[in-house]
Design a protein around this ligand. Sequence first.
Ligand SMILES: *Cc1c(COP(=O)(O)O)cnc(C)c1O
Length: 429
Amino acid sequence: MDEIEFDKQHIWHPYTSVINPDPVYEVVSAKGVHLQLADGRELIDGMSSWWTAIHGYNHPVLNQAIADQTQKMAHIMFGGLTHQPAIKLAKKLIDITCDNLQYVFFSDSGSVSVEVAIKMSLQYWVAQNQPEKNKLLTVNKGYHGDTFGAMAVCDPVSGMHGMFNHALPKHLFADAPECNTHNGNNSTNINSFHSLISQHHHELAAVILEPIVQNAGGMRFYCAEYLQQVRVLCDQFDVLLILDEIATGFGRTGTLFAYEHAHVQPDILTLGKALTGGYMTLAATLASKKVAKGISADGKGLLMHGPTFMANPLACSVANASIELLLSSNWKHTIATIEKQLSSELSPCKQLDVVADVRVKGAIGVVELKNAVNMPEIQAQFIKLGVWIRPFNKLVYLMPPYIINVDELSQLTSAIYQVLSRLPHYQES
Ligand SMILES: *Cc1c(COP(=O)(O)O)cnc(C)c1O
C-alpha cells in the first residue's frame, strides 16, 4: 500500500475523521523556514509548526544541544533524581519571568501544564482551609488545551470541545475581552468579568486566561488595560490569577512575555510551545512563592502531579539552547520589524469583500474572513504558491519563525492576498 494511503486509512491527524480524512502532505526534511515535501516541492513555513519553531528548523545550535545531551543521557526519572539541564532551565525561567515566580514544575505538554496550574490553584485553597474555592473564572474565546481540565476552560462554543460540555466541570465565563480607543484612552468591557468575580469569589480558586492575545479560540487581541483590571479584581476578591503564555511566551507579541505589556504579575504561569524552539515537547508551570508555600501550608501538602517524562533532559537541554539563542539575538527589533512588514503587507486584504478584519500584534498577522474557509481547498492553493499556511474557521493567519527574511515573509503575505482575492464574493447568508 502506498504510504500516504496507509496514513489516510490508519492514522488520526489533529481534529480529523478516519472516514473522511483531510489530505496530508509528507514532509521529508525541514531547514530554516522551509519544509521539504516528499514530491520535491519546498514550502515557506508561516505557522512555525503551531507557533513553536521560532528559530526555524534544523538549527545547528539546537541540533548540537540535543546531540550533546544524547551522549550523556536521553532520559532519567525525575522522582528522587535531578540533572543539570533541568536545574539550568529552571534557573533561566525564574530569571526571565517576573520576580514573584520562584517555583517551576516541568511537564510534557501545554495542556498538562494547564492541568498542573489548575491543580495548584485548587490545592492552594484546600491548604488554606477554603476547599469551597474550587471553581475557575475565565473569558469566552479562550483556548487552554485538549485535556479535560483544560477543555473545561476553553470557549464553550468555539473551543472545539462542545461535544464534551455535558461531561466537563462547570466554570464561569465572562464576555471575551474587548477594548475601545477614544482619544488615545482604552475603555474595556470588564463589567461582565467584574460582576462574575464579585458574585462568585467565595467559590473561585482562580482566574485563567491568555494575556493580550487569545490564540486558538479566535486569534483575538485585547488591550493591556483589561489585563490590569483583571489583576486588580483578582487581588480585591482574593482569587489567584493563572496566565497561560503557552502561545504568547518567548517574544511572539513583541515582549518576552505578553503580561509585560500590562506590567502585571500572575500567581501562576504556564509555558510551552516555543519553549524548546519547536524541537521537543516540554512545558512548565511556574508558581509564586505565595502559591507554592501556600500549597504546603500545613507542612506536608504535596503537589500531586508527576509525569513519567517529567523534565526530560533532551527537552530541557534544547530549551536552554533555544532560550540562549533567543536572548542573545536582537529579538525585540526582529519582532518589531516583522510586525511592521505584516501590517503594511496584510493591510491591502482589508479591501477584499470577503475580509472582515486584519490585525497584527508582534509576529502574529491575522486576516479574519466573513465566512469559514474550506480548509483542504484553501490549503491546496497555498501549497501551489509554495507556502505553508493552515487557516482555521474564519481565520487565515501567520506566525512565522523569527528568522524569516523580508522576501520570504512577502511571499507569505502575497500568497494570502492572492488566495483571498480569488475566493468567491461574499454573500450574506
Ligand atoms: C497550544 C496551547 C495549549 C495546549 O498546549 P499543547 O501542547 O497542545 O497541549 C494551551 N494553551 C494555549 C494558550 C495554547 O496555545
